[in-house]
Design a protein around this ligand. Structure first.
Ligand SMILES: [Zn+2]
Ligand SMILES: [Zn+2]
Length: 294
């Protein structure tokens, strides 16, 4: 029977399969050697030796249980499936280690409201940038980050890394792809949120996994080439700025059905007008150069 023909068990069964020492040993032996798709498959007897088993009946049974879910048989032997390698990566990314048990990090980011120092807090794998004086989340910024990303990085670099990750991933999600599982995303823009203080008009969620984000217009749009070029043209180098340091866009609803919004941003050297639709797809970016307000 080919692996493709085997039934794919549901999540519960897939996790339950790992609850056995022999199966775990087999999987770890495969993952231990695995580097990329080019990694040589492991032969039956090599694998049996690696897990130190003599009873081939028992070994066969557990090998069979893993087949299709966590490993696959090829002409040359056994290889882990993408599920197994993804699970392995997820564990490595988030494993608890002593060096990353901290909850507060220093940044040199100034609060946009009071110009005071901010604190970066890390809780349940989410980073949040707060201003203790204003008692506010700076720029509404809170974003998940794997623990592994804290290793070998200074506090200052940690924050830049988290922000870079958020900007890249939210940009990818705006374009329709989940940064975690590659599934399709749904992007919504709620014009009613524009009138509510502190509300986020943009919502992006994955249709397959639990990846979800709420944000203002900047974060999902800053990795858009024409938007970045337009903002640079009016004197706003977005690569060097955090979105809360950029001027707040004035937003106009051009049409409601289908939704069309105009975001006008005035920088030191002119004004940029970005037109987006209800899925935050960019329709146009225009700039007019000239002195903005000082
Ligand atoms: Zn503040
Ligand atoms: Zn997803």
């Amino acid at each position: 029977m080919s692996d493709e023909a085997e039934t794919v068990p549901e999540t519960r069964e897939a996790f339950a399969l790992l609850g056995h020492d022999i199966r775990l040993e087999i999987l770890l032996a495969l993952l231990d050697r695995w580097r990329a798709a080019q990694t040589e498959p492991q032969g039956y007897s090599d694998l049996m030796r690696a897990v130190e088993m003599q009873d081939s009946g028992k070994f066969n049974y557990h090998l069979g249980r893993l087949r299709g879910v966590y490993l696959r048989k090829t002409a040359d032997g056994y290889v882990p499936t993408a599920s197994a390698t993804a699970l392995h990566r997820a564990v490595l990314a988030n494993r608890p280690t002593e060096s990353v048990s901290r909850h507060e990090f220093d940044t040199s980011v100034a609060c946009p409201a009071c110009d005071g120092p901010t604190t970066l807090t890390y809780d349940r794998e989410f980073f949040s940038l707060r201003c203790p004086s204003c008692d506010e989340l700076v720029g509404g910024f809170t974003y998940p980050f794997p623990k592994n990303g804290l290793r070998n990085r200074t506090d200052e670099v940690v924050f830049e890394t988290v922000y870079d990750r958020a900007r890249t991933q939210v940009g990818l999600a705006r374009r329709g792809q989940c940064p975690d599982c590659a599934g399709t995303t749904t992007v919504t823009v709620d014009p009613a949120a524009l009138d509510r203080d502190g509300a986020f008009p943009v919502g992006i969620s994955c249709e397959t996994c639990t990846w979800v984000v709420e944000s203002g217009f900047y974060l999902p749009l800053l990795s858009h080439a024409r938007v970045a070029a337009g903002l640079l043209e009016i004197g706003l180098p977005v690569e060097e700025a955090y979105h809360w340091d950029l001027p707040t866009p004035s937003t106009t609803v051009v049409r409601t059905d289908p939704l069309e919004l105009e975001l006008r941003i005035t920088g030191p050297e002119g004004t940029a007008t970005i037109v987006v639709d209800g899925t935050l797809a960019v329709t146009s970016v225009t700039t007019s150069r000239g002195h903005g307000p000082r």
